[in-house]
Ligand binder design. Sequence first.
Ligand code: ATP
Length: 235
Amino acid sequence: MSDLTVEAIHTAYGLSQALFGVSIEVRQGECVALIGRNGVGKTTTMRSIMGLTPPRQGRVMWKGRDIAHLPPYKICQMGIGFVPEDRRIFPELSVWENLDIARRRGTGGKAVWSEPEVFALFPDLAEIRGRRGGVLSGGQQQMLTIARTLMGNPELLLLDEPAEGLAPLIVEHLRDTVAHLKATGLSIVLAEQNLEFVLSLADRVYILEKGEVRYTGTPSELRANQDIVKQHLTV
Ligand code: ATP
């Protein structure tokens, strides 16, 4: 069964069209990756799913219902959580306060994630729970952004370029964290340019170019197809 089916969406910013008939599918518990160079439409696909930039054509089916024209807060309440690329930590609030304001029961009243679970997953955040968001390192901010989204108890997590700008050791730690989340049964859509990061986590990969899906395959199919990788991913 497919949890999320994006069906031929067209999305534009004003007169500038960014997506031209993008279709993707995410089954329950799957990690699906969107890859491609800057500006191909990865973020826009996530913003379309989240209702932040609603598609002008096409459907976004979530558990059998078209959510394409619902407001973002409704989509969030229905169990989809978005971790944006620019992180949007509240700089004046402490780590703990950043988490506390995001607290929400999940769909069906489930609250799998609250502070103890989140701090067990991110022990580094527990140690700095009183520190202001504005003074955290890039890695700490990325962990806090994911932790904050988990406090909303999503069933599907949209992760936009989580590894961007992080040191290799932190990326490794992040990889383990995302693998752990996947093992808990969370469905994940991951937009990322770090190919090794993607290939070690994803069940399936979509390569985007100029607002269209150009290739779909498993990580092993992609590893075996270096031409495709070179064509779409080397800058
Ligand atoms: P990046 O890694 O740079 O975020 P991306 O693959 O996520 O790349 P998008 O951000 O989805 O790509 O951008 C897709 C297209 O939409 C690009 O041509 C971009 O210039 C355009 N675009 C993105 N945001 C806006 C905006 N707010 N207004 C106008 N055009 C935009």
